[in-house]
Design a protein around this ligand. Structure first.
Ligand code: FUB
Length: 524
């Protein structure tokens, strides 16, 4: 959102950025000043799965709340919360924590798992909240189900509008085997109501009766939206229906993401609410959290695109935070195309000088194409995690692993370096011939202008995993640096190898830079 600010306003806000400006609003919310994304950034409240809507002349965002302790890889989500503003560009928001909890609203639901919901204004003028929750007494293999609550104000009180149970589950309205979450609802201009939902590549849609909760007609299965993974968002503009969604068509040439477990936001269009749907392209590139989740609302002549990232203090894949940026359309195309959204961030403190110049290089590896569960850019993303998810590292496990592999950095111009730190991932002990184990050995080589030359260190290259392993050496000047990794094993079978982070150090610390975008030529 910083791109909405004038220079002087941005400067003023920058000086205030480190001060948490929270007071009390008239109706009990907490006033929050957000000089950019994410809106809640101090790590006190994480916010996730945004679903924006307009009510009473204000822009509201329904959000879940991530509460996973650090290092826990699970969606610990006890409740829903709201953000409200009269002007997103002002950075002035009101935050309403804990507006609803699954077991408080739905007698048939258990505590926790307050996943991605949506609030829409019904045909009777009341607000309807479509909430994925877990059924507590169900023999379904997957107990996720979609309930509907009703209220007259976004902050509630919310009551179960369908007390007999969920409107969608593995048992109702027809037996199914999918995970029934991520509902999105559109009330069309003609008063008809449509619900879509789904995850893990399964997208379903159905019309609802004017009561906003009774399914009407057949359920449609959508399989024409390329790479659909989850998080559908249904909207309509100028007669065209748009479906935004989290997609993960992984592979080296994917315009979405090269790694599974990362998602872009993609979209398709349809001439009518239940399809047929045509894939149209990418709206948002992968963000810093492994999941991505879209929501859009038109407010005062602008379209606002809400999503979540891991950019708040202490953030991560299970500690996500809501961000908002403007979304625009290219009306010269038919149907109008959604322009790629440029994510913006709040101003941060000036980066500390560093000796690590790996982030200024492009990373390559000998195992091209990299298996889609890994991500080469994780090598120099400045993040080493105690409990990484698969895409948060480079790796080579394939079931038939080679005896050695290399990873390489290429810089635009020669650099002088005299140290390096590497963090290996392992799920097997040293010496293993299966799984992912610390390499039996690793060694650095630099391109000396005509060949790869070994880097000799005064001490042996240290072994291990789950922590940085440091080496220092007399300075060398080079454009390309390689780490050659020898796999552990018994000579017949080799373990795979994984690297979470690989730093390369210059003699003196300096202001951090970024990697060039155009592909770096090899050293030869
Ligand atoms: O927040 C839990 C799940 O993560 C949502 O249901 C998905 O859309 C993803 O954002």
């Amino acid at each position: 959102m910083t791109r909405f600010l004038t220079g002087s306003a941005a400067a003023l806000m920058l000086s205030a950025a480190t001060i948490a400006c929270a007071g009390q609003s008239d109706d009990g919310g907490r006033k929050v000043h957000a000089p950019g994304n994410p809106i809640l950034a101090d790590g006190e409240y994480y916010s996730t799965d945004p679903a924006p809507f307009v009510f009473d002349g204000k822009l509201w965002i329904l959000a879940g709340r991530d509460e996973a302790p650090e290092g826990v890889n699970d969606f610990i989500m006890p409740e829903w919360q709201l953000l409200e503003t009269s002007d997103p560009a002002s950075g002035e928001w009101v935050h309403y924590p804990a507006i609803a909890r699954p077991h408080d609203v739905f007698d048939w639901a258990e505590k926790g798992r307050a996943y991605a919901g949506q609030i829409v204004k019904g045909l009777d003028g009341r607000l309807y909240f479509y909430a994925p929750v877990m059924e507590k007494d169900s023999d379904a293999k997957d107990r996720f189900a979609i309930g509907v609550a009703v209220a007259d104000s976004p902050t509630g009180p919310w009551h179960d509008a369908h007390p007999s149970g969920p409107i969608i589950s593995q048992r109702v309205p027809v037996a199914n085997t999918i995970q029934n979450i991520d509902p999105t609802v559109l009330v069309d201009d003609d008063g008809r109501v449509y619900l879509y939902w789904g995850t893990f590549g399964q997208l379903r849609g159905v019309e609802l009766e004017p009561d906003m909760m009774t399914p009407k007609g057949d359920i449609v299965t959508v399989d024409s939206l390329t790479g659909f993974f989850e998080a559908p968002w249904l909207m309509k503009r100028k007669g065209t229906y748009y479906m935004l969604y989290a997609g993960n068509k992984a592979g080296p040439d994917s315009e979405c993401t090269p790694a599974v477990y990362h998602a872009c936001i993609a979209y398709g269009t349809a001439p009518s609410p239940l399809g047929p749907w045509t894939y149209r392209g990418v709206v948002l590139k992968p963000v810093s959290s492994t999941t991505s989740h879209p929501g859009v609302a038109e407010f005062k002549g602008h379209y606002y695109f809400a999503y979540h990232t891991a950019d708040a203090k202490g953030g991560g894949p299970f500690r996500r935070s809501v961000a908002v940026d403007e979304m625009t359309f290219d009306d010269s195309r038919t149907p109008a195309a959604i322009n790629l959204v440029t994510p913006t961030k709040r101003p941060g403190p000036a980066p500390e000088p560093t000796r690590n110049i790996a982030p200024e290089a492009q990373a390559f590896a000998s195992n091209q194409p990299i298996p889609v569960q890994y991500w080469i850019k994780a090598l120099n993303d400045r993040k080493a995690r105690k409990a990484p998810l698969p895409p948060e590292m480079w790796g080579n496990w394939s079931g038939d692993n080679p005896a050695s592999e290399w990873i390489e950095y290429r810089w635009e111009k020669p650099v002088t370096v005299n140290g390096s730190r590497i963090w290996f991932f392992a799920d097997q002990p040293a010496g293993s011939g299966i799984g992912v184990a610390p390499p039996a050995q690793w060694q650095l080589f630099y391109w000396d202008g005509s060949d790869w030359a070994e880097i000799l260190t005064p001490d042996a290259y240290p072994g291990g995993s789950g922590t940085f392993l440091d080496v220092s050496f007399p300075p060398v000047k080079t454009r390309c640096l390689r780490a050659v990794l020898t796999a552990s094993g018994d000579g017949k079978s080799h373990a795979g190898m994984g690297v979470e982070e690989w730093e390369v150090l210059t003699p003196e610390a300096k202001k951090p830079g970024t990697a060039p975008v155009t592909p770096m030529a090899p050293c030869e």
